[in-house]
Design a binder for this molecule. Structure first.
Ligand code: ASP
Ligand code: MG
Length: 439
């Protein structure tokens, strides 16, 4: 079995849905489970509808729902032609669910029901096109029957495996399944989701649950690039990455892959291939246990970072200081990305500043604290154990004119993290490109 996941832009219009159908319907392909995102823009609209309902503006929410409904009718007509009429009542059930939710104040459960509609709609459309227009067999698998998260909101892998096996059992020879990314049920059995961008994670969890041969993530770019193509000219796709390298890159800014999605694949040794719907024959990026030879393969940047510097004379020659420091972050469930220390001071970074005021108040009880907002982590990813050619040295030389706030080297053999002010990020990425990847 192979898993093929298509993102929002890949199913973003009737035309794009037809192109996806071309890639998945052919009878000679391996058995496959196709995981779809919502059409691009839909989840954002649903977030906005939920926001309007929370703010008590039911009329505005109604208007947005009706607008979306009309848009889906148009897409259905364009995609299915005369066969659209048979599907419209089914699509309207999803919209009725939304309309019904405008009658009363929105609850957190209601919000999750709102957010779930996008993937339910996109899968219905593509499934109808494959079966009705192309006349190919395809089974629409309801993700809500098997995707589960536990009380910590983490995927419940054993439950997913068991339920998916039961869901698939009646279709022992079916060649093609289509299911929703992103949506799931929680420990209470209510509709929930794997958070924004979670469809990649769905694909990887499904791949792990069925022991897939390969997980393919189809987007509109030809793989993970060696640098941010929105900022730097002349980037190129990396052919091969190890699971660890891909996880670091995804976490530190490469937008094309959800960072958690690497974990289930790595755990089960399932290769992940990143492919481009616009250029289906391009090799893309292969993520597996193997890695290519280059020491530094890519750089990525993550914005919205807050740096916290903590100084205490008590730290001098004392033990247990770091523990009391980390306990504060632990108490406020805030994770730390980078850390550097000297004998009397510690600098660390967080990307979620939601609990920062409480954290600072506690830190100030025993330390002097300085905070720098608007920082970016520049992450160099590769196999640094193989850095026989001075790549790290070239990277630092390239950054000679850029003020560097922190450097973290040696924590992992796959990563060097460098903290700069976000104002310097573009310059830093360009300088690194010149210094490391000029061909
Ligand atoms: N539709 C969801 C989102 O936009 C999930 C996904 O596309 O991965 O976040
Ligand atoms: Mg995505």
């Amino acid at each position: 079995m192979k898993i093929l996941k298509f993102g929002g832009t890949s199913v973003g219009s009737a035309q794009r849905m037809r192109e996806v159908a071309e890639l998945i319907h052919a009878p000679h392909l391996d058995r496959r489970i196709v995981v779809l995102s919502a059409m691009s823009g839909t989840t954002n609209s649903l977030v906005e509808i939920a926001r309007l309902l929370y703010s008590g503006d039911a009329a505005a929410a109604e208007a947005r729902i009706t607008f979306l409904q009309q848009r889906y009718h148009e897409v259905a007509r364009e995609l299915l032609g005369g066969q659209a009429d048979a599907l419209l009542p089914t699509l309207d059930q999803n919209f009725q669910t939304l309309h019904d939710l405008t009658a009363a104040p929105l609850s957190a459960d209601g919000e999750r029901v709102v957010l779930a509609q996008g993937e339910l709609l996109s899968t219905r459309l593509v499934h109808a096109y494959v079966t009705e227009v192309l006349g190919r067999p395809a089974v629409l698998l309801p993700a809500l029957d098997f995707m589960r998260i536990d009380t910590d909101e983490e995927p419940d892998a054993p439950a997913i495996r068991e339920r998916l096996a039961t869901t698939l059992a009646p279709y022992a020879t079916a060649p093609l399944f289509i299911t929703q990314g992103y949506i799931c049920r929680n420990a209470q059995g209510s509709i929930d989701n794997l958070k924004r961008g979670g469809s990649d994670y769905s694909a990887s969890l499904i791949g792990a649950a069925v022991g897939a041969e390969e997980i393919q993530i189809w987007t509109d770019i030809d793989g993970l690039h060696n640098n941010d193509p929105r900022i730097v000219k002349g980037t190129y796709p990396i052919r091969e990455l190890s699971f660890d390298e891909a996880a670091e890159l995804a976490y530190f800014g490469a937008k094309i892959l959800h960072p958690s999605s690497v974990l289930p694949a790595r755990q089960h040794g399932i290769p992940v291939r990143l492919l481009n719907t616009m250029q289906p024959d391009a090799p893309g990026t292969l993520i597996s246990a193997k890695t290519g030879a280059e020491a530094i393969k890519a750089v990525a940047a993550k914005d919205g970072i807050t740096a916290i510097n903590v100084k205490s004379s008590r730290m001098l020659l004392a033990h247990g200081f770091l523990r009391s420091l980390f306990e504060i972050f632990e108490r406020y469930r805030t994770s730390i990305d980078m850390i550097t220390t000297s004998e009397v001071a510690v600098s660390l970074t967080i990307d979620d500043a939601g609990r920062l005021p409480q954290i600072l108040a506690e830190l100030r009880r025993f330390c002097t604290v300085e905070v720098d907002e608007n920082q970016s982590i520049i992450c160099l990813v590769g196999n640094l154990l193989q850095d026989a050619h001075g790549s790290a040295n070239r990277a630092f030389t390239a950054l000679r004119n850029i003020p560097v706030r922190m450097i973290s080297y040696g924590g992992s053999p796959n990563n060097i993290s460098i903290l700069v002010s976000t104002d310097d990020k573009v310059r830093a990425l360009q300088a690194l490109n010149e210094g490391l990847f000029r061909r």
